[in-house]
Design a protein around this ligand. Structure first.
Ligand SMILES: [Mn+2]
Length: 309
């Protein structure tokens, strides 16, 4: 079994279209059958429910930044921990490709980790893994695949597009955290709304709002987003959702932040951003490494567990 980080990276940099496509296909098959109890996760639709025990590493947008991903895996000793049968879990908040030039390699590494440790890794869906009718633009993945894989690139690309449908909409850590790539859909009433948002799309805008929305401090309610999809949601929407889902903090990605993270809505929202470099101008990248049994009422209290680089 290939559990050495440098071997995985080497393979990611060398992999040809056929092997890459096979890896994506295996991942699709694995994700498609995830339902009910998967290790310590309870899977409902595309929602992963987690009991508040054990260590969790939360990685946000990577956008083809292989270097930041390697750094996080090294710093957290994730593979070493897996060898020691440690129960640490690794959650990705979505947006693996586009922008950075190592999109295929980032996908390769995160999918390899999922296949190696299915009960320890959760891959969420970002707006760059959106549904057919709502894909982020510019979407440079096809060009990157063409440059990376040559004439057979379409095979790898169509498999990746299939994969998008199987990524997770949301993660909930009981009584603690709700994790969504973009934000809270104001119309969500139940966990089922989050779990089956992809099935209700496009009739309902749940999935769109989850993948595209951003918090704002300027209004309390909700308005359309300048991004052209999703919404801007204010403090009242956040408070209502945290109460409704009985959690303390919303953890999300999607927005580049100068320091790699930011806090909104009086400590009710933590935004993380893990990638560095153009076209974004954040000075730091960040990830979270936190013990889930520790109770935090407020995102400010999570700051000691946010690692920036
Ligand atoms: Mn995003």
């Amino acid at each position: 079994m290939q559990t050495n980080l440098s071997q995985i990276i080497k393979k990611a940099l060398e992999v040809q279209c056929k092997d890459f496509s096979r890896l994506v296909e295996e991942s699709v098959q694995l994700l498609a059958k995830e339902n009910g109890q998967v290790g310590s996760f309870n899977i409902v639709g595309r929602l992963a429910e987690i009991k508040p025990f054990g260590q969790a590493i939360v990685v946000s947008d990577l956008h083809g930044d292989l270097e930041s991903l390697i750094r996080i895996l090294k710093e957290t000793n994730f593979l070493q921990k897996m060898k020691q049968n440690n129960k640490t879990i690794l959650i990705f908040l979505g947006d693996y490709g586009d922008r950075g030039i190592y999109s295929a390699e980032v996908y390769y590494v995160v999918l390899k980790l999922k296949l190696l440790f299915p009960e320890q890794v959760i891959l969420m869906r970002g707006n760059h893994e959106g549904p057919e009718d709502l894909l982020a633009s510019p979407h440079d993945l096809p060009m990157q695949f063409q440059a990376r894989f040559g004439e057979k690139w379409r095979e790898a690309y169509s498999k990746i597009r299939e994969l998008f449908k199987h990524l997770y909409n949301a993660v909930i850590v009981e009584e603690q955290y709700l994790m969504i790539h973009g934000g809270i859909p104001p119309q969500a009433r139940t966990l089922e709304d989050l779990a089956y948002a992809h099935i209700k799309h496009p009739k309902q805008r749940l999935l769109e709002d989850m993948l595209w929305s951003d918090p704002t401090e300027t209004i309390k309610g909700v308005c359309e987003s300048p991004r052209g999809a999703g919404k801007l949601f204010g403090e009242n929407i956040t408070n209502q959702a945290l109460r409704r889902f009985n959690v303390k903090v919303l953890i999300r990605g999607h927005e580049p932040c100068r320091d790699g993270f930011k806090i909104n809505h009086r400590g009710n929202i933590l935004t993380l951003f893990s990638r560095k470099g153009p076209p974004y101008s954040n000075v730091y990248g960040a990830y979270l490494n936190v013990e889930l049994s520790q109770k935090f009422e407020n995102a400010e209290k999570l700051i000691p567990f946010i690692y920036t680089f």
